[in-house]
Design a protein around this ligand. Structure first.
Ligand SMILES: Cc1ncc(COP(=O)(O)O)c(C=O)c1O
Length: 373
């Protein structure tokens, strides 16, 4: 029995299961970079990285220099790629910790080369190309001139090109095919200019799942490792297990007469007698206020609708018709209860967002408990 009011559990055995399922989706020689940025999508950078390192992952991708340094301080020696690149003033620390850098600025290239020269090392970079994401990266026509600008920087080692897919999760792959084609032609063009580029990569979870031609030398899944399909409407052909779950104990039970208002704004009035459970989870726990009068939780394996507004620390659900609910019982906000499941995708629907945001919000707002370590 969990004794805390709120329980955010991260199942590392499920994470390992998902990792092994995903490994089977690409050829054995294709490396896998686990995207563990944003505190491993809210699941906790170090426990997740330790589990995946032990399971045999090849690379990690993080968001910031700080996350990269945390991995090193935890004794993780696998290659780590800083997916957002660095600021020039971070070059010394990045090189000092042997962190690889997504590169898209010449001033950062110079800073890295200078830092590497000082430390008697080579700085490893992956040239970030914007093939259609419209986010970080140099444009396709800038790739060869950018590489030419790196030639004099002797302490840089260009590992490869990296790009990111904008709509790989959609069933229509027309745009994605264009991105992949543009990317592979750039790799070829750069190789023709003498760049070896041992490790170029573009495949996120969706491309790992559905686009073998995009796997190249390395795939970079994030979301599917954490148990969610990239497209909620098309379940992937691998059996993923949810890694994160959130539950709370019923704090108070009450029976309200017809005509009673519930929560701030009096947005819900009971049409009849109502058995109400007050639960100690609110938006401070990363649970979206958009769940007000819309979301559900699971109690005794049954769905209980949220009544009224989600508050900072509390949410009220109606349990009329669910027999025997009492104070101290467990209410599941995310996860499984007997035969019923509330997935991150379903929560995302209520909150008008995506499962990625659900994981980041819940995982970083609550104390995490690890199982399957
Ligand atoms: C550069 C990059 N590569 C790979 C990923 C992983 O994407 P997904 O979680 O959809 O697998 C991300 C995530 O946003 C990313 O930013």
């Amino acid at each position: 029995m969990i004794t805390t009011m709120v329980d955010l559990a991260v199942d590392l055995a499920a994470l390992e299961h998902n990792y092994r399922q995903l490994r089977r989706r690409s050829d054995p020689q294709v490396k896998m970079l686990a995207v563990v940025k944003a505190d491993a999508y809210g699941h906790g950078l170090l426990p997740v990285a330790r589990k995946l390192a032990a399971a045999g992952v090849d690379y990690f991708g993080v968001g910031s220099l700080e996350e990269g340094l945390m991995l090193r301080q935890a004794g993780i020696t696998l290659p780590v790629l800083l997916l957002l690149g660095i600021l020039p003033e971070e070059a010394d620390r990045a090189v000092g910790a042997d962190l690889e850098v997504a590169l898209f600025r010449q001033d950062v290239a110079q800073a890295l080369s200078a830092a590497a020269a000082n430390q008697g090392k080579k700085a490893r970079v992956h040239l970030k190309v914007d093939t259609g994401m419209g986010r970080l990266g140099v444009l396709p026509q800038e790739v060869l001139p950018f590489l030419a600008g790196l030639k004099k920087l002797r302490h840089l080692q260009v590992m490869g090109l990296i790009s990111h897919l904008a709509v790989a999760d959609q069933a229509d792959k027309t745009y994605t095919h264009k991105q992949v084609q543009a990317f592979t032609s750039l790799v070829t063009a750069a190789r023709e200019e003498g760049w070896k580029l041992p490790l170029s990569h573009i495949a996120n979870s969706a491309a790992l799942w559905e686009l073998p031609e995009a796997h190249m030398g390395l795939v970079r899944p994030g979301l599917m490792l954490y148990g969610s399909p990239p497209s909620p409407d098309r379940p992937p052909p691998v059996a993923l297990q949810p890694v994160m779950s959130l539950s709370a104990r019923v704090l108070q039970m009450k029976r309200l007469p017809p005509g009673s208002s519930i929560s701030y704004g009096c947005t819900y009035t009971t049409p009849d007698w109502c058995d109400l459970a007050v639960l100690p989870v609110g938006y401070c726990n990363g649970y979206s206020r958009l769940g007000s009068n819309r979301g559900e939780v699971l109690i005794h394996g049954r769905r209980a609708p949220i009544r009224g507004r989600v508050c900072m620390n509390l949410t009220m659900v109606e349990v009329t018709g669910i027999p025997g609910v009492k104070e101290g019982d467990r209410a599941v906000f995310l996860g499984r209860d007997q035969g019923e499941v509330l997935s991150a995708e379903e929560l995302a629907g209520w909150a008008q967002t995506i499962s990625y945001e659900i994981y980041c919000a819940l995982g970083t707002a609550n104390l995490r408990r690890y199982t399957g370590v």
